[in-house]
Design a protein around this ligand. Structure first.
Ligand code: ADE
Ligand code: ZN
Length: 325
């Protein structure tokens, strides 16, 4: 089948989990080096294997358990950025969790971050891709664990760490339990995003907006079930980090045809497009664009406009944005 969208179209990806972008081969290699048996997380074809979203989170954490040192993260960043650059990505923001980088200890986090930043700089020089980090707490680890994570974020805000967010199981705890962490990050000058409305419905998006006051929402697609909320997103300029392939693979929507991304756009909500955890959902950004073009008739002009909106909503400074235009 001929391509509808040039695969080399320069892309801006705002919603990408660093550990979730690790290929099965990369994780298998680390497990082998360390003598860890994580064979249960792989399917016969070598890909990641899980039953549903909650099992996905378990498999994700098992895969992440192979990442045990700053050097492992340095290698991870290089491998991930090689894949993202192949997808035509010129600018990416990645969620990175101090929970998985020293368990929330600030000294250990600084060492991991140093390795991550060094790798990002190397990738910038050799592959021409720019990466920024969004420190992320994990909702199902609980609000107490989120506090040191927010402090790690606040202490290391800079050219690389530009934002703070929350991922994980949206059905656990309430956004108000994380208000302290978000206030701490906001006061440090970090930009804010929160996963909501992937599994928790429209009310979960409302709660995240009311209690965490983010400027972007990770997913947010279930807002479509509450049109007053959709209008609020549009009017307030809240940007959705939409990951259609992730939603379809995990069963939030049965198909791309049923996915609300086109309806959200029609109602003037600012949407961006990302892959979330591409090897887990057996997707690439090129594939996402192609499927969206076929399903909704979106053209290259639509994708250019979505990427321009994504760059506007990016958490990096204006000079970085100008360098990418
Ligand atoms: N962590 C990694 N991927 C995620 C997703 N799709 N939703 C919530 N937390 C995540
Ligand atoms: Zn996500």
């Amino acid at each position: 089948m001929s391509e509808l969208i040039d695969p080399a179209l320069p892309k801006v990806e705002l919603h990408l989990h660093l550990e979730g972008a690790a290929s099965p081969a990369f994780i298998r290699g680390l497990a082998k080096e360390k003598g860890l048996d994580i064979s249960g997380i792989f399917a016969e074809d070598g890909g990641y294997d899980y039953r549903d979203f909650w099992h996905f989170l378990e498999v994700y954490e098992a895969a992440t358990s192979t990442l045990q040192s700053p050097e492992d993260f340095r290698r991870l960043v290089l491998a991930v950025l090689e894949d993202r650059a192949e997808d035509g990505v010129i600018y990416a923001e990645t969620f990175v969790s101090p929970d998985f980088c020293g368990g929330g200890d600030l000294g250990a986090w600084r060492e991991y971050l140093h390795a991550i930043e060094e790798a990002a700089e190397q990738a910038q020089n050799t592959m021409g891709i720019t990466l920024k980090g969004v420190v992320t707490c994990i909702r199902h680890f609980g609000p107490e664990k989120a506090r040191p994570i927010a402090l790690c974020a606040a202490e290391t805000k800079g050219d690389f760490i530009t934002g703070f967010g929350i991922a994980g199981d949206e059905k656990m705890h309430h956004p108000k339990d994380f208000a302290w962490a978000f206030d701490c990050a906001r006061e440090a000058g970090l930009r804010l995003t929160a996963h909501a409305g992937e599994w928790g419905g429209a009310q979960s998006v409302r709660d995240a907006l009311d209690h965490l006051r983010p400027e972007r929402i990770g997913h947010g697609v279930q807002a479509i079930d509450d049109l007053a909320l959709v209008d609020r997103l549009a009017e307030d300029g809240i940007v959705l980090e939409v990951c259609p392939g992730s939603n379809v693979f995990l069963g939030v929507y049965p198909s791309f045809r049923d996915h609300p991304v086109d309806r959200l756009r029609e109602r003037e909500v600012k949407i961006t497009l990302s892959t979330d955890d591409p090897p887990f959902f057996r997707t690439t950004l090129v594939q996402e664009y192609e499927t969206l073009a076929r399903t909704f008739g979106w053209t290259e002009a639509d994708f250019r406009s979505i990427n321009a909106d994504a760059l506007k909503a990016a958490f990096c400074d204006e000079a970085t944005k100008r360098s990418l235009l």
